[in-house]
Design a binder for this molecule. Structure first.
Ligand SMILES: [Zn+2]
Length: 148
């Protein structure tokens, strides 16, 4: 059974490596190509070997071709041979509450693990909602084993 883990913490109370991961997500947010929604999203993914991959949303005039920041980061990591994720920081233009990954991104992330820690960060480095994939996607559809 899933355990619900989520708590709001101050950015300044997080470990320095997580603060750095959030700073990376905020920096990638600035790279967003979002002329249609004007909604910038940044993501940064830290793997088990401490390598980091950032991503932003990349929209397209054919809206269905758009890719989210989170999936951009996952695609970059996997294409570099990294498949074990530890931490995922996500930030976007949300002022009330916290940004949260869409259903498609949640499914793509759990392909590589349900115990990934997730940091939903405000871009002004104030509050961060700390949670994990098991909490935000309970009872996920996951592979029984991932072929190597
Ligand atoms: Zn998404």
């Amino acid at each position: 059974m899933s355990t619900r883990n989520q708590e709001i913490v101050k950015f300044s109370d997080l470990d320095s490596d997580i603060q750095e991961l959030i700073r990376t997500a905020v920096a990638y947010r600035q790279k967003a190509h979002c002329p249609y929604s004007n909604f910038q999203v940044g993501a940064a993914l830290k793997c088990d070997d401490d390598s980091v991959f950032g991503g932003c949303n990349v929209e397209n005039v054919a809206y269905g071709c758009t890719i989210c920041a989170e999936r951009t980061a996952v695609v970059k990591a996997v294409s570099e041979g990294k498949k074990v994720f530890k931490h995922f920081a996500i930030t976007g233009d949300v002022t009330d509450g916290f940004i949260s990954p869409c259903g498609s991104c949640r499914q793509v992330i759990v392909e590589f693990g349900t115990d990934v820690k997730v940091y939903l960060a405000k871009p002004d480095f104030s509050d961060v909602l700390v949670t994990d994939m098991d909490t935000i996607l309970p009872l996920p559809f996951v592979p029984t084993s991932i072929p190597e």
